[in-house]
Design a protein around this ligand. Structure first.
Ligand code: UDP
Length: 324
């Protein structure tokens, strides 16, 4: 019996699939390739399918003992402009998946939640028990699914782990898999491509925030640390323990300016940039208190800023080399 990794041809899912395999789990990847890439799933059994396709899911769930659900739309700005798309996939798709899984008797799920469920927290670092008040449709869609999981847990004994990601970043040390978004909106790949002159100059979204250097502060978590949190979460549920929600972050925040400096140091190139207006919906500071994940799962991030930027840079260079 396998772990079904839905969205396993995407950035975080592909790293989690490898981490699961390293931990001795059998893996099947299910992905509609709307934003994923088949080569990120290479070496795994791969099924092309949509999370809303109940019959395709029902077939594969007969060979599955647990689910990791990564298949979601995840651009805040797009969710504001097109909430229908977000509610269709993240809410309707998610619920449909839960119901098929319940019918198939597969009652363990690791869910990709987000710090966006907290909205603009009154206090940082953020603890799990503060009110969840998302401020955009993306965060609302993720909160809805968290709450559906809570109901299914109580009513049907459906065990879940809601992993509230902070800023996933970096790439596998092998250089074989990494972040590949289209359009790319994330700070690190944009800063790296600006430095490499393969992309436009970086727009810094605001320098008048109430932070030490005026730019936004985020908790960047290496994607392989994130992946190992998934493995630990699954093992926790497999041991028969209770459902839970935890932050998956490092507990350390870095500003946009600090990130630019790290990119310059690691690439040895300046990052051409311009300060522009704030981006709507960006809170000044988002940093996790990761203590609960450590206490509950024995998990903590082991990679820091340098490793995040260095692996992302290595991945970008490999991508360019393979295109030549
Ligand atoms: N950011 C920026 N310029 C960009 C992209 C991002 O200044 O082109 C900032 C953004 O305002 C935020 C931080 O970088 O403070 C991280 O943004 P990203 O989009 O990478 O992740 P998010 O926090 O939105 O999940």
């Amino acid at each position: 019996m396998a772990v079904l990794v839905i969205g396993g041809a995407g950035y975080i899912g592909s790293h989690a699939a490898r981490a699961l395999r390293r931990a001795g789990q059998e893996v099947i990847i299910f992905d509609n390739l709307s934003t994923g890439h088949e080569f990120l799933a290479s070496g795994f059994e791969f099924i092309k399918g949509d999370v809303l396709d109940s019959s395709a899911l029902a077939r594969v769930l007969s060979r599955t003992h647990a689910i990791m659900h990564f298949a979601a739309h995840a651009y805040v700005g797009e969710s504001v402009a097109n909430p229908r798309k977000y509610f269709r996939n993240n809410v309707e798709g998610g619920l449909s998946l839960l119901n098929v899984a319940l019918d198939a008797g597969v009652k363990k799920i690791i869910f990709s939640s987000t710090c966006a469920v907290y909205g603009e927290p009154a206090k940082v670092p953020i603890d799990e028990n503060i009110p969840r008040q998302p401020v955009n449709p993306y965060g609302v869609s993720k909160l809805f699914f968290e709450q559906a999981l809570e109901s299914y847990d109580r009513a049907y004994g459906f065990r879940y782990a809601s992993l509230r990601y902070f800023n996933a970043a970096g790439a596998d040390e092998s250089g074989e898999i990494g972040e590949l978004h289209d359009p790319e909106t994330h700070l690190i790949p944009l800063a790296l491509s600006a430095a490499a002159r393969t992309g436009p100059e970086l727009q810094v979204f605001g320098s008048d925030y109430p932070t030490p250097d005026g730019t936004c502060v985020r908790d960047y978590i290496h994607v392989n640390d994130l992946a190992s949190a998934h493995v630990k979460a699954l093992e926790h549920l497999q041991a028969g323990k209770e459902s839970f929600a935890v932050n998956v972050g490092t507990g350390s925040g870095y500003s946009v300016q600090q990130m630019i400096s790290a990119v310059e140091e690691i690439t040895g190139k300046p990052v051409p940039r311009k300060v522009g207006p704030r981006r709507a919906g960006d809170p000044p500071v988002l940093v996790a208190n990761p203590a609960k994940a450590q206490a509950l799962l024995g998990w903590k991030a082991t990679r820091g800023l340098h490793e995040i930027v260095a692996t992302a840079w290595n991945w970008m260079q490999q991508q360019h080399a393979s295109k030549r």
